[in-house]
Design a protein around this ligand. Structure first.
Ligand code: SF4
Length: 263
């Protein structure tokens, strides 16, 4: 199985993959049920400066292979990195850091949190009950929310959850070029946005981010992306957080593997 597991994405040199299949393959590596409790691999826990200070549980595994991605190499080699943590252990680590540094926000980062959905839901359940954390920012690429509306409903049941959904492309060609995934799946994150809107989210609990860095996205594609979000909800479109590529070491490795020069 691992011989065909996608690592670094090399546009034009490799076959695009099905991101849902990759989510399932990755789930087999990074999630493990122990006595009915879903554990997930994490590499470490830390406090990041973004969001004016947030406790970050650095998880393993994603269903896309964005060539500009900054996360550790655990994304590409999930079998080699991290240890399994129960939801309880994850929240204990989060609370410890929150107390130590006086920070009241938390997130799971470095990975796609929805890859282990049962684990994620249990973490969110526990977070609801700890007084140290007031806000949980759920960062996602939206792929799995786009195939499972019930997961959208589940996460919105938690009062402390705020969702940041990050788009990678405005059309199918851009999606494959940047993420390695088959073009037709580019609609899934937009479908996820639709589901969140239909479930009644507002900007108080949800916003859309998008990797629209002009070095890797034409203005034409950027406008396609904004138009698609506008058609779902103009307010969301007017509040898109536009991202740019930063030269992290891991990003530079992935850009080099992809043959993309922007620095
Ligand atoms: S940028 Fe996000 S969605 Fe893309 S590969 Fe990295 S972690 Fe996954």
């Amino acid at each position: 199985m691992l011989s065909s597991y996608p690592r670094f994405w090399k546009p034009g040199k490799e076959k695009p993959f099905n991101p849902i299949e990759l989510a399932f393959k990755t789930r087999e590596i990074v999630c493990r049920k122990v006595n009915e409790v879903e554990c997930r691999k994490y590499t470490h826990f830390y406090v990041a400066g973004v969001y004016r200070g947030i406790v970050t549980a650095c998880g393993v595994g994603c269903c896309l292979r964005c060539f500009y991605c900054w996360v550790p190499l655990s994304r590409d080699f999930p079998e080699k990195y991290g240890q399994y943590y129960t939801p309880k252990q994850v929240v204990e680590n989060i609370v410890k850091l929150a107390r130590k540094y006086g920070v009241w926000k938390a997130r799971i980062s470095c990975c796609e949190p929805t890859i282990c959905p049962d684990h994620l839901i249990q973490v969110l359940e526990l977070i609801e009950d700890v007084k140290e954390i007031k806000l949980f920012i759920l960062e996602t690429n939206g792929i799995l929310f786009g195939v499972d509306r019930s997961l959208v409903k589940k996460v919105l049941n938690f009062d402390k959850v705020y969702v940041r959904l990050s788009l990678k492309a405005g059309n199918s060609q851009g999606f494959t070029w940047r993420t390695g995934a088959i073009g037709e799946f580019y609609e899934l994150p937009f479908k996820a946005i639709e589901y969140f809107v239909q479930e009644g989210v507002t900007l108080k609990r949800f916003h859309v981010a998008a990797m629209t860095d002009p070095r890797i996205m034409s203005n034409e594609e950027r406008m396609e992306l904004i138009k698609k979000v506008w058609e779902i909800d103009p307010l969301l479109a007017m509040n898109i957080e536009e991202e740019i590529v930063d030269p992290y070491d891991t990003t530079l490795i992935r850009l080099k593997e992809a043959g993309v020069k922007i620095f």
